[in-house]
Each structure stands twice: as C-alpha cells, then as structure tokens.
Design a protein around this ligand. Structure first.
Ligand SMILES: *Cc1c(COP(=O)(O)O)cnc(C)c1O
Length: 383
C-alpha cells in the first residue's frame, strides 16, 4: 500500500476538511449580497484580530505580492529603506527595493541568529529611513525576530514606518499592531492560516494610509491601496475580481481560530508543540539551526548529522509518508525544514516525527526508534 503523503513543508500547510469544503462550493457573483456580507465580515474580523486602526486588505496574490504592496504604498523613488534580514525572505526585500529604485541598506544576521535591536537603533540614528522591514519569522532559518523589542525601540523614530513580513508567523506567532508599533503586517493564506495558496492579507494602520496619500500617484496599479480601499470598505464595489472561494476558505479558517480562543491561544498551542518538536529533533541527533532564544514556533530547521545525504533522506522520508523542505542558501543540502503551523494536531505531529525517525534509521543514523516521538509526547503531556 502506498503511504499517505502529509505535507509538512513551511507552506502550503495542511488544509483541514472544513476549510477545503469552502473551496468546492458553488460560485456566487462578487456582488451577490450573501458573498458581500461574508467578505465584509471577514475583513472586519481580520482587522479586529490585529487591532488595526487603518485598513485590512484581502487580495488575490501571494506573500511576495504583499511584500511589494507594502513597499509600493509607503515609498517613492530615491527614499531610503532599512532591511533587517534574518535569511532568504528578508533578503527578498532587498531585491524588491532595488527594483523600485530605492536606496537600500541592509542589516543581516548570521543564519540562525537575529539582528539585535540596538544595532537597528544605531542604523536608524545614522540616517533618515522612510521604512524598515523585518520578517517576523524567516522561513529559511527558522528564526523569530523579537518584534516587541524592535517595536519598543522604533517609537523613537516616528517618521519611519515599521513593515513586518508575517508570512511565516501570522496566526501562529502572536502579533498585535498597536502593542508592537507595527504599521504594516501581511501574510499569505497558505501558511499559518492553513488555507490553500492564492490570497494575501495586508493590514495597514492610519499612519500608512496617510503616507500613501502623501505619495500622490504611484507607478503600481494592481497593488495600489487607494484602488482597493473602496472595495474593502464596501465589497459590493468592483476593482478586480475577488477570489470568492478562497475568501470563504479564509473565513472558515478565521472561524476556527476564534473557536480555538483567538490568536493568543493559538500562539500558546504553537509554542507548546514547537518546543516539544524541537526537543524531539535534538533527541535523535539533529541540530536545530536557530539559537534557543529566537526559535520560531511555526517551523523547525534541522541540521543533519554527518553522513546523511540530503536528497536520499528526503526521498526516504517521502516514502515514509511526509514531505519536508530542503535547506536554502548556505544550508542547501545540509538540513531539512519542517513546518508545524496552522491546523495540525498532536496526531499529525507524532506521525511526522515518526517518519523523521524512520528516514534517519534508513540512513543508518538512528539505531533505536521511538526517541523523538517519545520525547515529543512526554513534553506535551508535561506542558
Ligand atoms: C513564504 C514566505 C514568503 C513568500 O510568500 P509566497 O506566498 O511564496 O509569495 C515571504 N516571506 C516569508 C517569511 C515566507 O515564509
């Protein structure tokens, strides 16, 4: 019998039945009062989720388009941007800013570590920046930035807008715009919301809307906030066709989050499971790339012990029933990345860890089976 293939990469994440059902619903017109009500309700719920005092945008496109929307609506050619990068996705902002003719400075951490808030403060003191970008969780390293510390420090620079890439964190890690002084936050549907790929959500506070207004006409069309604003206020209006079924799917995901007790409760669940998963990986001789003080709760990046051949390991683990992602950049071939965000439970995680053990055993790097699963189960029972 062929085994099931569980998708445990850091996005797309598993999509549960009730969310999936929304994708198969009969289509409605975007102006149908039933859909308009659903869409408006979703926009309002998402805004409340982050205490956003400005606008929430739900638009067809992926996380990368949201990155571009964030930059396009807050800067003009020649402006200076500070990119704080903890890996591959942090670096993507450099490319986007360069493409837009912005003056870009970068603070890069060693992979597995974060840039200290004091270093960011020193950079902000040295020049005037229109915006600063930080990825909350960089998917390439499994590192989580300390948004509270950065947000606190950034209060001293009221003219610099704080843009947070939440694509691998939002709805897994806890985030709140006013509490963390975030001006723009965005994510993609396929990560911790546990919805199929194809939508992004971008929250922009009042300060951002004022900045957008001050820019006048911008060169972008589809991602111009001013074109979407009337639609987000009143979704009966048309700008570009909303992704009807994805919007329903996201709405169901928000319902699941509320049923769980909100994003704080969801974060606590992610934290409890993530720490147990990370102990479990270490119990079988793998090394977690991120330093202990800055580990993400949405994914873990595990370095192989000497002698494991990446492609063989990942082929074996697929045969054993789960799909994990390979390492990126300097860690290509040296580690695998396992997502554990969204709507997954202890049974899913036990199964995934069991597959990791069997693949390591096949690679000749694990004699006695059960240590990872055992460690995980013991820790979540105690927490
Ligand atoms: C996945 C990811 C992105 C890119 O999102 P796409 O939906 O693939 O465009 C950006 N930033 C982070 C942190 C991510 O994890």
């Amino acid at each position: 019998m062929e085994s099931k293939k569980m998708v445990m990469i850091p996005g797309p994440t598993p999509v549960v039945e009730s969310v999936r059902m929304q994708m198969g619903r009969e289509i409605q017109a975007f102006g149908d009062p039933r859909f308009v009500k659903d869409f408006k309700g979703l926009i309002d719920d998402l805004g409340e989720m982050m205490d956003c005092d400005g606008k929430t945008f739900v638009v067809a496109g992926t996380g990368t388009l949201a990155m571009e929307m964030a930059i396009a609506n807050t800067t003009k050619r020649g402006d200076r941007v500070l990119v704080v990068s903890h890996g591959f996705f942090g670096d993507r902002f450099i490319d986007i800013c360069n493409a837009k003719g912005l003056e870009t400075d970068t603070l890069q951490s060693e992979w597995g570590k974060t840039v200290p808030a004091a270093d960011i403060e020193a950079a902000l003191n040295s020049k005037d920046y229109a915006v600063i970008t930080v990825s909350h969780v960089d998917t390439s390293t499994g590192v989580a930035a300390d948004l509270r510390a950065i947000g606190e420090m950034i209060k001293k620079f009221p003219k610099t807008l704080f843009i947070v890439d939440g694509v691998c964190s939002t709805a897994g890690h806890y985030e709140n715009m006013p509490e963390m002084n975030i001006d723009i936050l965005f994510t993609g549907s396929q990560k911790a919301f546990g919805v199929c790929p194809g939508l992004f959500v971008l929250w922009a506070n009042q300060k951002v809307l004022e900045r957008r207004k001050s820019l006048g006409t911008i060169p972008e069309y589809y991602i111009d906030m001013e074109r979407w604003m009337p639609v987000m206020d009143d979704p009966v209006k048309y700008f570009a066709t909303p992704a009807i079924n994805l919007i329903w799917a996201l709405k169901e995901s928000v319902r699941l989050i509320e049923a769980e007790g909100g994003i704080k409760a969801r974060y606590e669940r992610h934290l409890r499971h993530a720490r147990a998963i990370q102990s479990a990986l270490e119990a079988i001789g793998l090394t977690v790339l991120a330093d202990k003080g800055c580990r993400a709760v949405t994914l873990s990046n595990a370095l192989y012990p000497d002698g494991v051949v990446d492609l063989e390991f990942r082929k074996a683990i697929i045969e054993e029933g789960i799909i994990v992602a390979g390492g990126l950049g300097p860690y290509a071939g040296k580690m695998f990345r396992m997502g554990h965000m969204g709507n997954i439970d202890a049974n899913d995680i036990s199964a995934a860890l069991s597959s990791v053990e069997r693949a390591l055993h096949r690679a000749g790097k694990l004699e006695k089976l059960g240590a990872a699963v055992g460690t995980y189960l013991t820790e979540i029972a105690a927490r």
